[in-house]
Design a binder for this molecule. Structure first.
Ligand code: ATP
Length: 360
């Protein structure tokens, strides 16, 4: 059991409120991702859990024990940093067992753990190399091995993959997740990369300006973003957010005449994911293609609807010249509505909206 609970944790650096009343629970054996843009406070949350920073207010509990004022080495958590933080003059083996040696663990127990862990992370053949003789991915594995060998049950990871190239990142994402599941570790993982969050997390905690914006499974954040910020942050590209206006027969996109649904438009923002928009043969909403970007597996089409720009993602190649008039379609249930002033999802989004004109 290695459960972590934060209760209304606040951290002030002088007058800067880096963390502002954050509460969440990381259940034992779960992979929890703290996701958010640069400077939102996610690394500070991690450092508070590790004991590398002192909380200004609030409580941190590990397995029900209040650790808020406890020294880092008494909290029994391991940490993996973006920089790997390896000793350059020590071999892979020495780096991995360093912490165990400091704790005074017997040599035979150290060797036993080393043999197991180096096998698990695929470093068994590289134990005598120094960090500079290893690739970036291998160095990150040494850092992981060092965290795992402590058998703390909790591992805190701060952007551990951001120094790796795209292909290696993908491989390491899969490896870390598989390892976490095999060992039953509780992981709190900090990243600004929503793809990492979506692909690895059991639970995502989306952070904005020191506060939790939304918390849930990757599926919940994708399907029901609570705010415009969450809607835009998740997805590649993120959700389209389009300002609506009052038209003659209901809500319209600002500057467009095609009615989207009956009811008010002014003050509302419509959300629709690029992958949920298609080109309609008839009906739908009129738009003009402004550009088309071919990605191999799919194409991102940029179109203008009224005064608003919208992205649409279509499988394969979709050659559409700039200036081509098109009609756009979508399913009513793919639409989200937000209050433009507050950014929050509106209750109106809970009721089925009646689309006047949509065709496939
Ligand atoms: P990044 O992804 O860029 O690392 P982050 O979301 O992890 O960002 P933090 O590093 O937690 O953000 O920083 C949150 C805020 O607290 C920022 O405004 C930052 O400048 C400030 N901050 C962090 N550490 C300190 C410190 N030691 N002293 C003063 N301000 C700090």
């Amino acid at each position: 059991m290695s459960e972590i609970v934060l209760e209304k944790v606040t951290k002030l650096f002088g007058r800067v409120k880096a963390v502002d009343g954050v509460s969440f629970r990381a259940e034992a054996g779960k992979f929890v991702v703290l996701l958010g843009p640069s400077g939102c406070g996610k690394s500070t949350v991690l450092r508070l859990i590790a004991g590398l920073e002192d909380a200004t207010e609030g409580r941190i509990l590990i397995d029900g024990r209040d650790v808020t004022r406890l020294a880092p080495d008494k909290r029994r958590v391991s940490m993996v940093f973006q920089s790997y933080a390896l000793f350059p003059h020590l071999s892979t083996e020495e780096n991995i067992v360093f912490g165990l040696k400091v704790r005074g663990m017997a040599a035979d127990e150290r060797s036993k753990r080393l043999a197991q862990v180096s096998e698990v992370v695929g470093l068994a053949d590289l134990l005598d190399r120094k960090p500079q003789q290893l690739s970036g991915g291998q160095r990150q594995r040494v850092a992981l091995a060092r965290a795992i060998i402590a058998e703390n049950g909790i591992c805190l990871m701060d952007e551990p993959l951001s120094n790796l190239d795209a292909q290696l990142r993908h491989g390491m994402r899969v490896e870390i997740r598989a390892l976490q599941q095999r060992l039953g570790m509780t992981v709190i993982y900090v990243t600004h990369d929503q793809v990492e969050a979506m692909s690895m997390a059991d639970r995502v905690v989306l952070v904005r300006e020191g506060r939790i914006e939304q918390e849930g499974s990757p599926e919940e954040l994708y399907a029901r973003p609570a705010t415009m910020f969450a809607a835009r942050f998740i997805g590649t590209p993120g959700m389209n957010l389009i300002s609506l206006a009052d038209g003659a027969d209901g809500a319209v996109v600002r500057g467009s005449r095609d009615t989207l649904f009956a009811g008010r438009g002014a003050g509302l923002t419509l959300g629709i994911r690029p992958e949920h928009v298609w080109l309609a043969h008839s009906g739908g909403v009129g738009a003009i293609v402004t550009s088309s970007e071919y990605h191999g597996a799919d194409t991102i089409l940029t179109v203008k609807v009224g005064e608003e720009i919208l992205f649409m993602r279509a499988p394969g190649q979709l050659a559409q010249a700039a200036g081509t008039p098109v009609r756009l379609g979508w399913k009513p249930e793919s639409l989200h509505l937000f209050d433009t002033a507050t950014g929050a999802r509106t209750a109106e989004a809970l009721q089925p909206v009646r689309l006047a004109a949509v065709a496939g």
